[in-house]
Design a protein around this ligand. Sequence first.
Ligand SMILES: *[C@@H]1O[C@H](CO)[C@@H](O)[C@H](O)[C@H]1NC(C)=O
Ligand SMILES: *[C@@H]1O[C@H](CO)[C@@H](O)[C@H](O)[C@H]1NC(C)=O
Ligand SMILES: *[C@@H]1O[C@H](CO)[C@@H](O)[C@H](O)[C@H]1NC(C)=O
Ligand SMILES: *[C@@H]1O[C@H](CO)[C@@H](O)[C@H](O)[C@H]1NC(C)=O
Ligand SMILES: *[C@@H]1O[C@H](CO)[C@@H](O)[C@H](O)[C@H]1NC(C)=O
Ligand SMILES: *[C@@H]1O[C@H](CO)[C@@H](O)[C@H](O)[C@H]1NC(C)=O
Ligand SMILES: *[C@@H]1O[C@H](CO)[C@@H](O)[C@H](O)[C@H]1NC(C)=O
Ligand SMILES: *[C@@H]1O[C@H](CO)[C@@H](O)[C@H](O)[C@H]1NC(C)=O
Ligand SMILES: *[C@@H]1O[C@H](CO)[C@@H](O)[C@H](O)[C@H]1NC(C)=O
Ligand SMILES: *[C@@H]1O[C@H](CO)[C@@H](O)[C@H](O)[C@H]1NC(C)=O
Ligand SMILES: *[C@@H]1O[C@H](CO)[C@@H](O)[C@H](O)[C@H]1NC(C)=O
Length: 672
Amino acid sequence: MFNRCWFIAVCLAAFVQCQDIFIVANGTATTSTCATRTSSPSNDNSYSQWEYKHTTTVRYVTPLAYQTPRSTYAAAYSEVSTLLPANISTTTWGSWLPGQTAVSANDTKNPYGDAAWQQLWVNANLTNYTTIGLYSTTLAPHPVPTNELIAPPPNYFGPEDCYELPDDFIYGASAAAGQIEGAIGLEGRSPSILERFITNGTGDNSNYVANENYFLYKQDIARMAAAGMKWYSFSISWSRILPFAKANTPVNKQAIDHYNDVIDTILEFGMQPIVTIQHFDSPYVFVDEQYPDASYQSRASNPGTIIPPMAIQNKTGIWRFNGGFSHPEWLESYVYYSKIVLTQYADRVPVWITINSPFNWGNTPTGLTNSIKGHAEAYRFYKDELKGTGRMGIKIGIAFPVPKDPLDQTHVDAAQRYRDLYMGVLADPIMLGKQYPTAYTDTIQNVTLLTDAELARINGTADFFGINEYSAQITSPPAGGVAACVADPSNPLWPFCTVQETVSSTTGWALGYYAGNSAMSAPQLAIRTCLNYLWSRYKLPIVISEFGFPEVGEAAKGLAAQRFDQSRSEYYMTYLSEMLKAMYEDGVQVIGALAWAYCDNWEFGTWTTPFGMQTLNRTTQQRTYKKSFFDYVNFFESRMPSSASGLESGSGPLGPPVGGNNTGGGPAGDGP
Ligand SMILES: *[C@@H]1O[C@H](CO)[C@@H](O)[C@H](O)[C@H]1NC(C)=O
Ligand SMILES: *[C@@H]1O[C@H](CO)[C@@H](O)[C@H](O)[C@H]1NC(C)=O
Ligand SMILES: *[C@@H]1O[C@H](CO)[C@@H](O)[C@H](O)[C@H]1NC(C)=O
Ligand SMILES: *[C@@H]1O[C@H](CO)[C@@H](O)[C@H](O)[C@H]1NC(C)=O
Ligand SMILES: *[C@@H]1O[C@H](CO)[C@@H](O)[C@H](O)[C@H]1NC(C)=O
Ligand SMILES: *[C@@H]1O[C@H](CO)[C@@H](O)[C@H](O)[C@H]1NC(C)=O
Ligand SMILES: *[C@@H]1O[C@H](CO)[C@@H](O)[C@H](O)[C@H]1NC(C)=O
Ligand SMILES: *[C@@H]1O[C@H](CO)[C@@H](O)[C@H](O)[C@H]1NC(C)=O
Ligand SMILES: *[C@@H]1O[C@H](CO)[C@@H](O)[C@H](O)[C@H]1NC(C)=O
Ligand SMILES: *[C@@H]1O[C@H](CO)[C@@H](O)[C@H](O)[C@H]1NC(C)=O
Ligand SMILES: *[C@@H]1O[C@H](CO)[C@@H](O)[C@H](O)[C@H]1NC(C)=O
């Protein structure tokens, strides 16, 4: 028997929940756009004179307008530093280089001295790692050659909507410190959990050079601005700002200076910064103190999947991973850290994100509670004490679950259960002031409920819902039912107790174009259905804070093929088209979209299946725009109000764009 089954997600903003309507149809799919059809080709034997008429457009993209009026969003550090503890010291440390194995400094009596700092690296015990790349000092930016700014050939098929976006719509590209900076042991940074737990499968020999963005950020920003990217979403490294991580410990001057310059450079190039305070790279000291025997994980069997060290899995017992969030001092330390960065940088940063997707790395009950409270305290400090006027939110990641059979209530319930456990557990308290979902408290024993006073303080501490949304999943209950699974923590599906699929066992079809990490392109479900759900439940403006596409095997292709990343372009065009439908046809308020990522980067040890809109040559650190970069920017630019013609372009910090060819040579000439 052969059925063609189509999921059609019909979401009406008025509905509390989306309704997935399951339609079974037989026969040929017809196009709805042709009122009448032309019946025969016009081969009338006229044999006109042939001439070559092909038109080629070489379109140069428009760089960002520079010197846009600067706004301020809080008082400068000199005025608000009084909000911090009076005795904070700001100092510098040295560097920890590959090959070092022992403490060499002799200031052992100073709890925050060089010897204590080196001991943090000894404890992390990174053997045979690489972190020194081509650079040891910040590279000055240089103009992007005009021949790099030629737009790719226009798409044959594309969106045909006629929507105009608000001119303050946030469109940008994103990255995170741990995945791009490199320089992991340089200029005072202490280890994070990423270097300690993620290796490339060999158990050692990990390469942490990444994109050397710690030294190349000026050029990265110049390249984004030159190709018209408006916003840059990056994260600050906690263990760089505070090598000892904890409350009241000294601040790293070199780190403060570094991020000051990152933000100033972004503004100088006419872009706007979005800053994430903590993105996965928890300081290692928290985990080290709780689980000193935590072993390296292996990625060899399943690159792209984060497998927590067994020692940690065992000790937390309940959820998968504790990336330091459940340490008894984590909460006050996070609050202290966020106050440091907010007082330093809030004057210039319009949009803040407190924590990136804490569920992924802090999903013990204590870790979740701490991240919710840490987020809320950062928000309260920003709004109430610092009087910040920008916007602050949190990023929550999920691959949106939809019922396998929308006509079966147990499937609908399973999808909601997954949403509650993965997303509601964070979003319900923060955005609704509601207690943890019952799916969570009924499954996990001994969850400490949030008190009414805590909920009142947590409630409403987000100006927007940041959703990291790459893909969707088909959800159904386990064979024995949800209840039996919930009662049996040894069930491999526990605690979610739902079955997640990306290939439908009803139709045999994958949800969409197959990407790496099982993150297939599923625009209607991942975006339109998801956005409708978020809007109807949380009633907050939404930022699609990450979305992106990892093409399998892309890194193995030649440069020209890597650059012509049509699958990624189509991913962005379709996802953004579904975003527009949610906005203009369903009434969902979406205020921004941030592509992951501005460049190929260190995806937790993996480089073969990258997400970037630029390639990265890891030998030369050369960046090269891919097609998707231009298509992405053009999607927004072409839908901006026509008043945008007032842009002054082409003369910025580096002067007008220069002609010339990027030879791909070393940085002394053309640079990365
Ligand atoms: C479609 O075809 C299947 C298999 O022949 C049949 O069982 C089903 O009734 C048909 N459905 C419709 C809507 O015509
Ligand atoms: C400590 O080390 C520094 C150089 O690292 C050296 O100059 C100094 O003499 C040492 N002090 C002691 C007491 O060993
Ligand atoms: C450091 O790592 C190496 C290699 O993984 C291991 O053999 C050694 O026991 C570790 N040392 C400590 C103190 O954990
Ligand atoms: C580190 O590299 C050295 C030299 O290549 C090698 O002898 C040693 O076994 C490596 N250590 C580990 C833990 O793999
Ligand atoms: C891990 O890195 C080492 C050293 O760079 C390399 O030889 C090895 O092939 C890598 N292994 C995997 C699985 O990527
Ligand atoms: C600052 O004061 C606090 C509280 O009195 C103390 O715990 C902390 O160690 C001090 N910090 C520094 C850097 O001296
Ligand atoms: C706990 O660790 C032991 C080995 O130390 C392992 O055999 C066991 O599978 C682990 N249990 C869980 C639930 O991870
Ligand atoms: C959370 O705050 C909102 C807005 O202030 C309010 O409408 C809502 O009732 C609060 N929720 C709870 C559970 O108190
Ligand atoms: C929950 O608390 C009870 C009573 O303190 C205890 O016996 C039980 O082991 C706890 N369960 C878990 C999963 O921690
Ligand atoms: C990276 O750069 C090196 C050195 O210029 C070059 O040999 C190599 O082909 C480049 N890789 C790609 C994929 O372009
Ligand atoms: C760029 O390269 C082309 C082809 O190699 C060459 O003809 C042209 O002169 C170069 N332009 C510049 C400005 O170097």
